[in-house]
Each structure stands twice: as structure tokens, then as C-alpha cells.
Write a protein that binds this ligand. Structure first.
Ligand code: AMP
Ligand code: MG
Length: 339
């Protein structure tokens, strides 16, 4: 298959919509990361997403909509609890995904046969224009090969999926850089399943105290129950070993400088002090910058000649730091070294 690159103008958007209507796969820009989209109501098209990405068959997809009314129009959800409504009124369109009881029209490939479904309205104008032009909701996981760092540019999508998908719509670099926040309303208390562009603090400011899945910050035992299938899979990993260093900035600098054949992610403040190949991902307290730079930096270090292993400082966990922490501990396969 020849993967075509589409431009983010009317002709590119219409072509993307046409491919999607015909059951094809198109990678589209969103404000979080690039998504690999298919018609969410078409079981065969959705199954092709799993094939193209080599995604584990039990990891459900998020359904993307252009307007809140699409939920009722397409019968996507059986229920939409008040707190979920309050949240989406505050944060949609945006990087927030809500998990609610599935509606009749959700084919089993989308939610892997669960009783729930994940729904999001993206903020990216191009993404919403494609959904509206396709005239159907779009199932869209991140447009990477499963397990690899998520794609934040069209070039990343091409690196992973060229020849396996119909098209990629090039909308430039993603503004947020990590995936959406996922919160489930299937139990009594709202439960955070994945941290992302909307923080716990922002959510609790609207609906009060929420529960946070322990799987966000730690590796669960193999037999532990998981609320979200995606929590148990390998994620975001370059092919080289990543080790997170739990230490002061001074100790981190000394540690990486004492190693050969390594590369590292670092904060802007430490850039000039580090002698190994390095990529600065933002100032230590600028979590938004770190989130935006993270996946591209991991991809770059993975390609760098002479770099055999990757070190990164262990991030803090307040605000959007929690999303950076969550992606990095998974990229590192929970490999943390305390100095
Ligand atoms: P991705 O599409 O790669 O951004 O991943 C989507 C995330 O949403 C995964 O972590 C899934 O496990 C989670 N997810 C999607 N649908 C559901 C659902 N019905 N229940 C719980 N988690 C879900
Ligand atoms: Mg993903």
C-alpha cells in the first residue's frame, strides 16, 4: 500500500474523509498526538487499525466526535452521568476522554467487547473538520507501532506506519504531545485511568475528589485486576533501554557524565553541564514543555549513533508532571535507579 501525505487544507480534509467513509485508515493530527483514524461504526475498518499498529486485541480504542450531539445522534453511550457532563462542559473540545456505558452502535472491535466505551472531542480544528466531513465518529488510537513512543509529527507516523495505512494528514507538530487524560465513570467514584493534558487538579476543581488508578504510577503485579486494559501493556518505549534516575539535579549530571555510550533527556537548566549526547525537554518546572518534547526526544535518542542506553531524570508528579511521569516510567519499563 502506498501511504499518501495529505495537506491540512480543504482538499486534504475532504480526501481524508472520503478514505474514511470507504473504510480506510488515515492518521490525523490532534492536539495530543497523531491518531490513526477509522470509521468507529465499521467493525472491519476498526480491526484494520489493530493490524496496522500491531495493537494487542484487548486494548480498546477511543471514539472521537466533532460535537457533543454526536453521542446521542450515533447512539454511542447508554448513559452519560452528571459529573461526566460537567467535566466535558469544562474541557471539551480538549484532551479529555470519558469512559461511560457503551451505546448500541459500538462494534465490539472498538471497545474490545467491554460494557463501556471511551469518548473524546478533540480541540484540534483539523481533527474535528475531518470527523465532521467523514460524517461518522472516528476510532483513533495513537498512530504509532504499538509499544513505540507516540507520534507528535506526521514524519513519526510515516516512520512507523508507511505502507500499512492509506494516508497521513500533515497538520504539523502536536501542541500537547502526550495522550488525553482518561477518566472512567463506570463505577461509583470517577476513576483516573490515564493522566494527560487535563490535570487531576483541574478535574477536581470541577467535580471534586476523584480516585486515581494505582497503575498510573507503579507496576502492578501480573495477576492484579486492571480497570483499563491499556494499563498493562508495554508502552511508549524506544528500542534502547531507558533508566530513570531518582536523584538531585547535581547527582543526575554527575551520574550521566560518568557513563560512556549513553544519551540522556535533561532539563534546560542542566543542558550545558552534561557532556554526553543530550536533549533538553524544557525547564524543570515547565511540565507542558516537557510533555510536548518527550516522545520526539525519545525517538531522536533511539536513532542516535553511539548511544546504547538512555537516562532521564525521574519527573515530579504534580499537575501535568503526572502525565510525563506516567509515560516515562512505562518507556523505562519501570526501571528506576535511586542514587
Ligand atoms: P490510545 O488509543 O493508544 O491513546 O489508548 C487509549 C486508552 O484508553 C488505553 O489506555 C485504553 O485502555 C483506554 N480505554 C479505551 N477504552 C476504554 C474503556 N472502555 N475502558 C477503559 N479504558 C479504556
Ligand atoms: Mg497509544
Amino acid at each position: 500500500m502506498n501511504t499518501i501525505v495529505l495537506t491540512p487544507y480543504e482538499c486534504g480534509i475532504n480526501r481524508a474523509a472520503e478514505i474514511l467513509k470507504n473504510g480506510g485508515l488515515v492518521a490525523i493530527p490532534t492536539e495530543t498526538v497523531y491518531g490513526l483514524a477509522a470509521n468507529a461504526l465499521d467493525q472491519t475498518a476498526v480491526l484494520n487499525i489493530f493490524k496496522a499498529k500491531n495493537r494487542p486485541a484487548d486494548n480498546p480504542l477511543i471514539v472521537h466526535i466533532a460535537n457533543f450531539e454526536d453521542i446521542e445522534k450515533f447512539n454511542l453511550a447508554a448513559e452519560f452521568p452528571t459529573k461526566a457532563k460537567l467535566l466535558v462542559q469544562s474541557f471539551w473540545p480538549g484532551p479529555l476522554t470519558v469512559v461511560v456505558k457503551r451505546g448500541e452502535s459500538i462494534p465490539p472491535a472498538v471497545n474490545c467487547g467491554l460494557s463501556t466505551v471511551a469518548i473524546r472531542m478533540p480541540a484540534h480544528t483539523i481533527a474535528r473538520k475531518v470527523i465532521a466531513a467523514a460524517g461518522v465518529p472516528l476510532a483513533a488510537p495513537s498512530a504509532n507501532s504499538s509499544g513505540k513512543p507516540s507520534p507528535t509529527t506526521a514524519q513519526h507516523v510515516i516512520e512507523d506506519l508507511h505502507g500499512s495505512i492509506d494516508a497521513v494528514l500533515d497538520g504539523g507538530e502536536c501542541a500537547i504531545g502526550v495522550e488525553s487524560t482518561v477518566i472512567s465513570f463506570s463505577g461509583k467514584t470517577p476513576l483516573l485511568l490515564r493522566p494527560g493534558g487535563i490535570t487531576v487538579e483541574q478535574i477536581e476543581g470541577v467535580i471534586g475528589k476523584i480516585a486515581v488508578s494505582p497503575a498510573i504510577t507503579a507496576e502492578l503485579p501480573q495477576d492484579a485486576p486492571v480497570e483499563s486494559p491499556g494499563l498493562k501493556h508495554k508502552h511508549y518505549s524506544p528500542s534502547k533501554q531507558v533508566t530513570l534516575i531518582d536523584a538531585t539535579p547535581q547527582e543526575f549530571v554527575k551520574f550521566v557524565n560518568s557513563h560512556s555510550n549513553c544519551g540522556c533527556l535533561c532539563y534546560n537548566e542542566d543542558f550545558d553541564l552534561i557532556k554526553t549526547p543530550k536533549i533538553a525537554i524544557g525547564a524543570k518546572c515547565d511540565y507542558a514543555a516537557q510533555a510536548k518534547a518527550l516522545f520526539a526526544a525519545l525517538r531522536l535518542l533511539d536513532e542516535m549513533q553511539g548511544v546504547e542506553q538512555i537516562f532521564a531524570p525521574l519527573p515530579l508528579t504534580d499537575g501535568m508532571g503526572l502525565a510525563v511521569y506516567n509515560r516515562l516510567i512505562r518507556a523505562a519499563g519501570f526501571n528506576i535507579l535511586k542514587l
